[in-house]
Write a protein that binds this ligand. Structure first.
Ligand code: PTJ
Length: 250
């Protein structure tokens, strides 16, 4: 992560403090909602309990999620105001490595924020950003929260939804999508609705997934299917909870 602010590099929470500044800058730039600050705080608390590292079980889930993205007919990476502020280039890199589309999809949707996020992603290399057409709906959600693109999330068979609100995660799963969720809280409804819950910080998860994508791109379809079929979502959630309960904190 590049250094944008004056955070002492020997501070034990260096990465965490930089991440905080990225979210603040996102709010200043009109990308992140003010509620995004609260969501970040919740995430940080879980990350602290996990030891601010990618656990072995999260790494395994990230590999399986990438296998789903590579096997998909149409994969979409959903981007909200927190993801756009924290990992815009990393989102573009994962999309490139897996052939997935990128779609802005907001809980607190405003046209200004949609536009600002799409511009921000393009500044970080995105060639096409979906979400602005909003000509389809996720069933069961109120008007603004349910808007998606007909040729984006609506059409997708596999969707990566980082830091998602529980209602929307459940609604997408009910539409039959294979949902890959990045959420530091293993008890959240989003994580529990996921086909693949990834209990890791988005800033670590996305680059690690790109690394897996580069390796798995060499594998044949049968190997990818074997990975997907061998995954147990409940076991991954249980393992994350165990890591949180038994962790040692600095
Ligand atoms: O930009 P918008 O309008 O789409 O709004 C985005 C937020 C995140 C504000 C909205 O979706 C929201 O309110 O989400 P919640 O219900 O607060 O859920 C966010 C979840 O993400 C929580 O379970 C946090 O623990 C988790 N989380 C927060 N930061 C991170 C995270 N998970 C992974 N990496 C993080 N950096």
């Amino acid at each position: 992560m590049s250094k944008h602010v004056d955070v002492p590099e020997d501070h034990p929470r260096y990465e965490s403090l930089l991440t905080r500044h990225r979210i603040e800058a996102g709010v200043d730039k009109g990308i992140t909602s003010r509620q995004g600050l609260i969501a970040q705080g919740r995430g940080e608390a879980f990350d602290y309990l996990l030891g601010e590292r990618t656990t072995d079980s999260a790494d395994a889930a990230e590999r399986v999620a990438v296998a789903h993205l590579l096997l998909a007919e149409h994969a979409v990476l959903s981007v909200n105001g927190n993801v756009a502020a924290l990992a815009p280039a990393e989102t573009v890199e994962l999309a490139e490595a897996t052939g997935a589309d990128i779609e802005v999809n907001l809980f607190n949707r405003t046209e200004e924020r949609m536009q600002a996020i799409a511009d921000h992603l393009r500044e970080h290399g995105a060639r096409e950003v979906k979400g602005l057409t909003a000509d389809a709906r996720i069933s069961g959600l109120s008007h603004e929260r349910g808007k998606v693109d007909a040729d984006g999330i609506y059409d997708a068979d596999v969707v990566l939804v980082p830091l998602e609100d529980g209602d929307r995660a459940e609604a997408l799963a009910e539409m039959g999508k294979t949902e890959l969720v990045v959420d530091l809280n293993p008890g959240s409804r989003s994580a529990r609705a996921a086909a693949v819950p990834i209990v890791d910080n988005i800033v670590r998860a996305l680059p690690n997934m790109t690394k897996h994508a580069q390796e798995l791109a060499q594998e044949d379809e049968a190997t990818l299917r074997e990975l997907v079929e061998g995954f147990d979502a409940q076991a991954a959630l249980d393992e994350a909870e165990r890591e949180i309960r038994t962790g040692t904190f600095e």
